[in-house]
Design a protein around this ligand. Structure first.
Ligand code: SF4
Length: 494
């Protein structure tokens, strides 16, 4: 294989340089270049780029990864590309990708642009209008490689008009993380004493066996999940430990979809790296179903579990088809405290079924369960997102208050039947953003939110005290929520 052409182009004029980059044969480069781009992955080094990177490298392509949360788009990387793949894992990532697309096309005019990830198939129509040539979903690495081989062999290969969602097992390789920024550039684990740990990120499974109504995984995976072989996950952990990881964040949609698989991996990991800590996302239903796992998780280094509580209102939980009740959430809070594992519950407080009173009940429950320090304040301002393909669309329209699809936000617009509830959400969102910027404590932000809500209900507020704060839990230094709108800064950064 020849040396990469980018090393031979320094010192030329910009025009010649771009011309050289777009015509690698002139520079004696024979390997075709594939560029894999992650617009945003919650501040984590993306497994979803490293896995296809390994496959493309093995097939003889020259692979460049670009993580737009860390790096900028450059002609050096993009101009020689045969194909550019954008990973659309969530709303924020998709919005950033849409902003980046014109620049990518300008810098890589000869490249085909393809997209993959949960948000790719459900936004297919809109993405194709922007010039996307191929759309992949599910277990997509082999399809991405086959597509690249076709366009490599045939310059005028037509666009891949059908979306390819693969729900068959693929052969995994050890992720290739070489061309991604170093782990210390990414989000770190912040411990209650303020110290930080370098965080690695991997996945033991993809997809999910559940079909919660609001979840963006469901339209693509349809209630199925796939295990990444244990030896691959363990090799991936080892290579990240060598690069400095002191903590592993498991990004599976649910870590206990395959409990025995998770256990096998953790047993070996803990034996090899007894000081390594980890965190995972586990559903309330699974924590209750597998209580015997809790001592094992704690003793093997699990210091944080994130769980999607979503609501403490049973009617809302039923609409969301969450598979748990408000009482079971409380049971989980006790179980985790008993086993000394920090719990970070997440919520979707503003839905078509929210009332001002049940929002106040949520705040009161958080205080009563002493969870104020465990709940990221942004969680208390979130509004239900309804992307294309969402199972929420199965509900009668009068229940969901949906008006129309809004291409700008890539989701269905819904307007609460009580104007004051939408106004409350806006007020709380503004207050929380400002309070976070001003550096207020979680208790101060919580009390501010409570004041706004009680005022909306025509009631007086008395501040809750530190007695309701509970313990400070470890957190990720990146507190962004996966389905939030990107900030101006995120949109401009690349
Ligand atoms: S358990 Fe989590 S990942 Fe699975 S469908 Fe429900 S919300 Fe989605």
């Amino acid at each position: 294989m020849n040396k990469c052409c980018t090393t031979q182009c320094s010192g030329t004029t910009d025009k010649k340089r771009i011309d050289d980059l777009q015509n690698p044969d002139k520079n004696n480069c024979t390997r075709e270049r594939i560029v894999l781009i992650s617009p945003y992955d919650l501040g984590r080094q993306p497994f979803a780029l490293a896995e296809p990177a390994a496959l493309f490298s093995q097939a003889g392509y020259e692979v460049k990864c670009l993580d737009l949360s860390q790096q900028k788009l450059t002609a050096e990387v993009l101009a020689p590309a045969t194909a550019v793949f954008l990973y659309l894992s969530m709303l924020t990532a998709t919005r950033i990708a849409i902003e980046a697309m014109p620049r990518i096309k300008k810098m890589a005019p000869q490249a085909r642009i393809a997209v993959f990830g949960w948000y790719a198939p459900v936004n297919e129509k809109f993405l194709r209008e922007l010039g996307v040539d191929a759309v992949f979903g599910g277990e997509s690495e082999s399809d991405m490689l086959n597509y690249t081989t076709s366009i490599s062999e045939q310059d005028d290969h037509p666009a891949r008009s059908e979306t390819v969602v693969n729900l068959n097992r693929i052969d995994f390789l050890v992720p290739d993380r070489q061309s991604l920024p170093a782990l210390e550039k990414y989000a770190q684990l912040v411990l209650p004493d303020g110290s930080k740990r370098i965080m690695g990120f991997t996945e033991t499974t993809r997809g999910c066996k559940h079909i919660c109504r609001h979840c963006p995984v469901v339209p693509v995976y349809q209630g199925r999940f796939f295990a990444v072989p244990a030896n691959i996950v363990l090799e991936d952990i080892r290579q990240q430990v060598v690069k400095g990881a002191q903590h592993i964040s498991f990004g599976d949609p649910d870590f206990l979809n395959g409990p025995r698989h998770a256990r096998r991996i953790i047993e070996v990991m803990h034996e090899e790296f007894p000081l390594l800590t980890y965190d995972a996302v586990i559903k309330i239903e699974h924590i209750i179903k597998y209580p015997d796992y809790l001592p094992f998780l704690r003793d093997s280094g699990c210091i944080l579990v994130t769980t999607a509580a979503e609501s403490v209102d049973d009617k809302t939980l039923e609409f969301l088809d969450k598979g748990h009740t408000a009482a079971e959430f409380e049971q989980v809070v006790s179980l985790m405290s008993e086993h000394n594992i920090a719990l970070a519950p997440t919520f979707i407080p503003f839905t078509p079924w929210t009332t001002i009173n049940n929002y106040i009940e949520l705040l009161d429950k958080i205080a009563e369960l002493e969870l104020i320090m465990c709940v990221n304040p942004v969680q208390l301002s979130l509004r239900l997102l309804i992307p294309s393909g969402s199972r929420i669309l199965e509900l009668p329209k009068e229940e969901t208050c949906i008006t129309d699809f809004n291409p700008a936000s890539l989701g269905y617009k819904w307007v609460h039947r009580v104007t004051e509830v939408d106004a409350l959400q806006e007020n709380i969102r503004h207050w929380t953003e400002k309070a976070e910027t001003d550096g207020l404590s979680r208790l101060e932000i919580f009390n501010g939110i409570r004041h706004i809500a009680l005022k909306a209900a025509g009631r007086n507020a008395v501040d809750v005290t530190e007695n309701h704060c509970g313990i400070t839990v470890p957190t990720h230094s990146e507190s962004w929520y996966c389905c939030a709108e990107p900030t101006e800064q995120q949109l401009a950064s690349f």
